[in-house]
Write a protein that binds this ligand. Structure first.
Ligand code: HEC
Ligand code: HEC
Ligand code: HEC
Ligand code: HEC
Length: 186
């Protein structure tokens, strides 16, 4: 009986270790919009003009004071270090390689590419290596196709958003940044 128990514990230990290591190996990191911009200038320029790019500014005192008051927030308060706000107004907050603070990770402020497309450290390498990559391979490396991920949008546009504007998923997809035809089929 004791041997069986020890055997069981060893198996369990190995299984947990393997799972833990696989999870670490699979998790891609957030790398910031500058990296994406290098190859996607058109989408970048369009995104830059949206409120997504400047979403962090909203957390500063005095910015959009009337909207804040209406939502029951303190217009004079500095919300730039408030975890509640940061999870929706920055990129990858609390996740591997994601936003920590303006001082530590200034390049991840605002709602950047990876908020919708997923952390890019691994699919970026694939895109660089093979311009005709298969979409399934890119997804396996963490790429998110936004039209397949309504939940991803709702994490920020859902019920715990104090401003809860009307959000229509289909219309929202169109308005993120201008879309340009892809060069390759997949
Ligand atoms: C070294 C260049 C390079 C970098 C860096 C890069 N990409 Fe790409 N990306 C490509 C190429 C090439 C394609 C395929 C374009 C085509 O066929 O028109 C692509 C396609 C895409 C697509 C379309 C996916 C599909 O197949 O439907 C998205 C979304 C995308 N990239 C997002 C990003 C994001 C976000 C980043 C930054 C984290 C990034 N890319 C970094 C080269 C790059
Ligand atoms: C990390 C949180 C986050 C995620 C994920 C997110 N959004 Fe947003 N989105 C915001 C914030 C914050 C704003 C407000 C920006 C502002 O105006 O200050 C916004 C604004 C927008 C806007 C208005 C842009 C403009 O013209 O100014 C659209 C459209 C939008 N989001 C669509 C989407 C769609 C579609 C998805 C999913 C594919 C999505 N969002 C995912 C946080 C997010
Ligand atoms: C769950 C995600 C989420 C959280 C949490 C969140 N926001 Fe937002 N915020 C958004 C989205 C999405 C928008 C865009 C407006 C919309 O579609 O509702 C937005 C818009 C805003 C705006 C612009 C409103 C306007 O009418 O122009 C301000 C200011 C703002 N947020 C500040 C804050 C502050 C301060 C906090 C923390 C107390 C906070 N937000 C927490 C998602 C969030
Ligand atoms: C608010 C969400 C959101 C953000 C932020 C965002 N995208 Fe997209 N992106 C989309 C949607 C939606 C599509 C259309 C694909 C789909 O319908 O699934 C798309 C498509 C693309 C494509 C495919 C070709 C095209 O033009 O449609 C590329 C490349 C791309 N995005 C790159 C970027 C880059 C680079 C950034 C940052 C500068 C970025 N995206 C930021 C939502 C977003």
């Amino acid at each position: 009986m004791k041997k069986i128990l020890i055997g069981f514990i060893v198996v369990l230990f190995v299984a947990v270790t393997v799972i833990a290591f696989t999870a670490v190996a699979d998790a891609a990191d957030y790398i910031g919009v500058k990296k994406c911009k290098a190859c996607h200038m058109k989408q970048y320029k369009s995104w830059k003009k949206t409120g997504l790019a400047t979403a962090f500014e909203n957390l500063k005192p005095g910015v959009k004071a009337d909207a804040k008051k209406k939502a029951g927030l303190d217009a004079d308060k500095d919300y730039t270090t408030d975890a509640k706000c940061l999870k929706c107004h920055t990129t990858g907050y609390g996740k591997s390689g994601g936003f920590k603070s303006l001082a530590e990770t200034p390049k991840l402020a605002g709602v950047q590419c990876e908020s919708c497309h997923g952390p890019g450290s691994e699919y970026k390498v694939l895109m660089k290596k093979d311009k005709k990559y298969k979409i399934a391979d890119a997804k396996a490396k963490g790429l998110i196709v936004p039209s397949e991920d309504e939940k991803g949008c709702m994490a920020c546009h859902g019920a715990d958003n104090p401003f809860k504007g009307k959000f229509n998923f289909k219309e929202g997809l169109e308005k993120t940044h201008a879309h340009f035809p892809m060069k390759h089929e997949h």
